[in-house]
Every structure is written in structure tokens, then in C-alpha cells.
Write a protein that binds this ligand. Structure first.
Ligand SMILES: [Zn+2]
Length: 454
């Protein structure tokens, strides 16, 4: 079946294109890009709309696998469905050291059942560490455990994972040797490492050095995760220069960031270990509880201690980042959009269902970014970072992953109270040439496939 998308403004920064062009799709691919109107079996009128490669979310946390062996499928709870409704067609999960399930098997489940979006994964260091028997996050792995981790990482990378992620903040027992000995699995396979580094705010420079020096020693591409929530406390200008210095001296490093001024993590996370209030210069009241009986409430000392003791898994939102720092990051040419979306039973931070539309409503329409630049941050940059030849582009031959949106109305609606609320202004999303979402309604939530890097 031939599909024609006509009358839209095609923006494809990977090919340096912004022009009124029509797209002809067949068999899951773009077959031609033309000013003509070729015959087709169906046509989609994109007049007044932007036609962009489907967005690629380079930093998110994938859906859970249920006891029945299938991915979460509930419309309100499945993060892949939130992704699809905001125009994302491909995600990279397994971030911050965390996997929901063995990543090689997860990719097989995606292929067996289909998913709402195309799914690529990193192998999470903490997941591998636990699978190899080391459950104490505060102590280093033993030599035997390290050898087992290296073997398991070899297998996960050979099964198609794009590299290894670290959540050093959450696994403080990781030392330099463990970082190098695990990351080494990426060297011969030319894969990447990504990290949520050990510390933030004033300590971000030492934490950044630990990660980037390891990448430089092994000559690995490095992705610095959610820079806004790491250096967004008054350090951003200096820290962007710090990253640029590594880049100018030969390290292939880039960053991602989500367009919000508050971060989210579990109340039991090491982020809230003693000293956190001194680090962010704040009080208990900056934390909002997202689940359970205190849902929607700000913390007091009593609530904080009770939740941390009784419900360490409950998600929180922490309102501590500086707007000008997050804006500066998103305006930096080396920073791409990454939602860091995470959902626990339908609860969490609205970035999981709002990040991409929000970049257009809050940054493009308010004059902080051009439309072209915003599309570049959501398509060409992550595709190039991941080495995806056929995605993040609408050239003839590319995968027909496409988002059609109205640049004047696209906007996020998800809030901290209703984190899964779908955005508005997205007319249509196609995955592998088929219509997956139209005007907020999921038409087919199973078009996504596993994306492997072999
Ligand atoms: Zn993280």
C-alpha cells in the first residue's frame, strides 16, 4: 500500500532540509520525496503542519514486564504509549544503570508482541551487577563478580544492546576499576556508555571527570545523562564549558536534558541520603510525594522520614533546578532532548508524557529555540549519537517513522497531578509506515519493533 503525506512543511535537519515537500511511503519505508503528487492508495493532508522524522527519545525508562511475560499495556500506565502520544517513534531504555528485565530477552519480547514504539536498550550496570550476585550498592564488586559481569555484558551487547548505562549516584560502591572493567566490553564492539554520574550541584565537576576520564581512557563515545538535573543548580555555564573542553580534546561526548525545572526520583534513593538539603540549599518542602497517602503533598521532616522508611519506592518530584540553567542547557548545540521519562503504575513526573511537545510550546513558541533546531534535538542528534542509519531522517530509503504536528498548537498537558495526560497538537504518528496514533488516539500500539545494534 502506498501512502502519500502532502502539503506539509517537511523539516529534516539530518539532511539540512526545511521545505514544502511530499512524502511517498511504501513497505515501511520512504520511497520518494517530491514536489509532485504521485498516485497513492491513501493520502494524509498535512497542510499547515510540520512533517518531521519521528522523535527519538535517547533517555527513558522502559515499561515493566508483567508476571504474564508481556509488557505493560494499560493506556494510562504504559510509558511506551505515553511516548507514542507525544510523537516519539523510537526510544532508548535501560538508562541510569537500570533494566526492567534482562535486556536481551526484553528485545525478544518486543519482537514477539510488538510495542507502541520501536525499542532500543542499553545494558544497565546496576542490573547486571545484581544479576551477578552483588546486591550491596555501597560496596565494590569482587574480582569474581567483575569477571561474571564482564561475561554477561558481552552477551547483552552481542544481543543488540547499544552500550552500557551507569547510575553511579545509585551505586556509590562502584569504583574506578569496576567502571573501567565493565565499560571495556564496549571497546571492540564500538558501543557507547551513558551515565547518571555520582554527584551533582557543586560536586558535578568531580563526578563528570570520573565518568569522562574513563570514556577517554577507553576511547568510548559518552552520553552525559539529564544534564539539567545534574548541573542545573547554578553550575551550568561552567559545566557546559567543562564538557566542551573534553570535546575539543578529542572525546566524543554529548548530553541530554528534559525541559522541566524539577527532577523526579524515589524517596528511598541515595539522592536523599544525608546532606541532600545542604547540597541543594533547600528544606524538606521542595519534595512532593507522587504516590500513596501523601500524593500531591509537599514533605515535612515527619513525612519525609515516614515515607523513606515505609515506602522507599514511592516516586517524588523535587523542585530545585534553576530555570536559566535548564534553558541554557537546552540552547547549547551539544545537548539533545531526552525525557528521562519513568512511570510507576501510572505515577511519576509529567516529562514521561510531555517532554517533546513541551520543547515546542515552551521553547520554540516562546522564542528560545527555532523550530528547526528543536526538531534537530529530537531527531538528527539522537539518531547520529546512536548510529541509526535509517531513523531520524526522511530521505528516500529511511524507515517511515514520522510525526505530523501543528507547530502553533502542539503542547504538553501532563502535570505532576496527572502525569500521563496526552499532549495536544499532534495530528498523526506513523511507525514503520503505518498509522500508530491520530489526534491523541492510539490506532495501533503494536507497530514498534526491537532495534538492535550488532
Ligand atoms: Zn538518571
Amino acid at each position: 500500500m502506498k501512502t502519500l503525506i502532502q502539503n506539509g512543511l517537511l523539516i529534516d535537519p539530518r539532511n539540512q532540509v526545511q521545505a514544502k515537500l511530499n512524502l511517498l511511503l511504501e513497505n515501511g519505508r520512504v520511497v520518494s520525496v517530491t514536489r509532485d503528487i504521485p498516485p497513492a492508495d491513501r493520502s494524509i493532508d498535512a497542510a499547515g503542519m510540520t512533517v518531521s522524522p519521528g522523535f527519538i527519545d535517547i533517555h527513558m525508562h522502559e515499561d515493566f514486564v508483567g508476571a504474564d511475560g508481556h509488557l505493560e499495556d494499560d493506556d494510562q500506565k504504559a510509558i511506551f504509549k505515553c511516548m507514542l502520544r507525544m510523537g516519539v517513534t523510537t526510544v532508548l531504555g535501560g538508562e541510569c544503570g537500570i533494566n526492567r528485565y534482562d535486556p536481551a530477552q526484553y528485545l525478544d519480547i518486543v519482537d514477539r508482541d510488538g510495542a507502541a514504539v520501536n525499542v532500543a536498550l542499553l545494558a544497565g550496570h546496576a542490573f547486571i551487577r545484581e544479576a551477578c550476585g552483588h546486591t550491596d550498592k555501597y560496596t565494590p564488586a569482587t574480582e569474581e563478580e567483575l569477571a561474571a559481569m564482564a561475561r554477561m555484558l558481552d552477551e547483552e551487547l552481542d544481543a543488540g544492546c547499544f552500550g552500557i548505562s551507569y547510575g553511579i549516584r545509585y551505586t556509590p560502591g562502584l569504583n574506578r576499576r569496576e567502571l573501567l572493567e565493565t565499560a571495556r566490553a564496549c571497546v571492540s564492539r564500538k558501543k557507547m556508555i551513558a551515565a547518571h554520574v555520582r554527584d551533582d550541584a557543586a560536586e558535578i565537576f568531580a563526578a563528570g571527570r570520573e565518568f569522562l576520564d574513563a570514556a577517554r581512557e577507553l576511547k568510548l563515545p559518552a552520553q552525559f545523562s539529564h544534564i539539567g538535573s545534574m548541573a542545573g543548580f547554578g553550575q551550568m555555564e561552567d559545566f557546559l564549558a567543562f564538557i566542551a573542553e573534553y570535546r575539543m580534546n578529542g572525546l566524543d561526548v554529548s548530553c541530554d536534558c528534559y525541559p522541566y525545572y524539577a527532577f523526579s526520583t524515589a524517596i528511598g534513593a541515595t539522592t536523599y541520603d544525608d546532606g541532600w538539603m545542604e547540597r541543594y540549599h533547600c528544606d524538606y518542602g521542595v519534595i512532593e510525594i507522587c504516590e500513596g497517602k501523601y500524593k500531591g503533598q509537599r514533605c515535612t521532616k515527619e513525612i519525609f522520614e515516614e515515607e523513606r522508611r515505609d515506602h522507599p519506592e514511592h516516586l517524588t518530584v523535587c523542585y530545585v533546578m534553576k530555570e536559566q540553567d535548564v534553558d541554557m542547557a537546552l540552547q547549547s548545540p551539544n545537548v539533545m532532548l531526552g525525557s528521562d521519562g519513568i512511570m510507576n503504575n501510572g505515577q511519576g513526573h509529567p516529562r514521561a508524557a510531555g517532554s517533546f511537545p513541551r520543547l515546542f510550546s515552551e521553547f520554540v513558541r516562546k522564542g528560545k529555540l527555532s523550530l528547526y533546531e528543536a526538531v534537530r534535538m529530537c531527531t538528527a542528534m539522537p539518531a547520529e549519537r546512536l548510529g541509526l542509519k535509517n531513523k531520524g531522517s526522511l530521505q528516500a530509503g529511511a524507515d517511515a517513522d514520522i510525526v505530523i504536528f501543528n507547530p502553533d498548537t502542539i503542547a504538553d498537558r501532563a502535570t505532576f497531578a496527572e502525569p500521563a495526560l496526552p499532549p495536544v497538537g499532534i495530528a498523526c504518528v506513523l511507525i514503520n509506515g503505518e498509522i500508530a496514533m491520530q489526534h491523541g488516539e492510539i490506532i495501533n500500539g503494536r507497530l514498534g519493533k526491537a532495534v538492535r545494534k550488532i
